[in-house]
Design a protein around this ligand. Structure first.
Ligand SMILES: O=P(O)(O)OC[C@H]1O[C@H](O)[C@H](O)[C@@H](O)[C@@H]1O
Length: 314
């Protein structure tokens, strides 16, 4: 579910190409296996739609969103705001890479006054496409930041897309001399019919920190039904299912013992209308204060997420 100007660029693509959208350079693919859009700002996947999903979605009506400058076009597993911030802001939507910290959790390690940017510098930085590995079944992209973002750590991103799944990896390599603590997230904005009619399965019985209640620790009673604003960090490495009543998305995570579920309710950030916000739910593969990673010199950490549809995956 992406803005119609981006959807039009994807539809007009035959094979692969680079375009400019919302002031960012964006790599597009429209292939037999499906569609993919990746912004080079932040190595951020903006859109993924498998060919089987496209066939099912054809003809679905666009959701009403009169407040937006342009309509959100249905289709795909990811949501992008129709009113993105100008550069150097980050685009709200798709899968932003939060690195090397989640929210403001260990900015203290970066800046003693905890003044580092929310979710770290990676999501606003320029990344370059180091390699595109195409094959009949899909594509694999490798990206790295244009500039050093940390004195001792180097991140890189791997994005794989084919007709069955979207897989994103954020790999951190320690090239320095002293141990460093990292957190982070693959901050997936998943496209849903109605955020407040969603069910997230796989978290029943898990404990969570409720960020809307000063990080109070609670237990998840039964499966999670989203009915309003929430901002929770679940202690869980379980595979999750997001059911919005129209489709079921499977969310697997690698190297992540924290699952963040976030929706701002009827008070979304300024770059998103209330109506547009009804069509996303964030379910994030994360490392947070519950499972920070201490990287030692020479070590690597991989944070990954794999999205697949229960309808298309055998
Ligand atoms: O507005 P952003 O900086 O993109 O952050 C959006 C959201 O990200 C995470 O999900 C956090 O748990 C939320 O507390 C935060 O509001």
């Amino acid at each position: 579910m992406i803005p119609e100007s981006l959807a039009a660029l994807v539809e007009e693509t035959r094979g692969q190409r680079r375009v400019h959208w919302a002031g960012r350079e964006v790599w597009l693919a429209n292939e037999a296996w499906g569609q993919l859009a990746v912004s080079l700002q932040g190595a951020q996947v903006l859109h993924y739609q498998s060919a089987p999903e496209a066939a099912r979605a054809a003809g679905a009506p666009a959701p009403a969103d009169s407040a937006a400058k342009e309509a959100l076009v249905p289709g795909g597993w990811l949501w992008v705001t129709p009113t993105p911030q100008d550069l150097p802001g980050a685009i709200r939507g798709g899968i932003p890479l939060c690195w090397p910290w989640f929210a403001d959790e260990n900015t203290a390690d970066e800046s003693p006054d905890r003044s580092g940017p929310m979710h770290g510098p990676a999501r606003k930085a320029d990344w370059r496409l180091d390699a595109v590995d195409e094959h009949e079944e899909g594509v694999e992209l490798h990206l790295s930041p244009e500039e050093r973002l940390h004195g001792q750590l180097i991140p890189r991103a791997v994005i794989q897309a084919n007709a069955r799944r979207l897989h994103v990896e954020l790999i951190t390599e320690h090239v320095g001399e002293t141990p460093v603590k990292i957190t982070g997230a693959l901050h997936s904005y998943l496209a849903v019919d109605d955020a407040f009619a969603c069910r997230v399965e796989g978290l029943a019985g898990a404990t969570y920190l409720d960020k809307l209640a000063d990080f109070a620790e609670r237990d998840q009673q039964g499966e999670l039904g989203v009915r309003g604003p929430l901002d929770r960090i679940y202690r869980s490495n379980a595979e999750l299912r997001l059911d919005d009543g129209t489709r079921r998305l499977r969310i697997a995570r690698q190297g992540s013992d924290s699952a963040v579920v976030w929706h701002p309710g009827d008070a979304p950030p300024g770059d998103t209308s209330v109506e547009a916000a009804r069509h996303f739910l964030c379910v994030e593969a994360a490392n947070t204060r519950l499972d920070p990673v201490w990287l030692v010199p020479g070590a690597q950490h991989l944070l990954g997420t794999t999205l697949s549809s229960e309808d298309t995956t055998p």
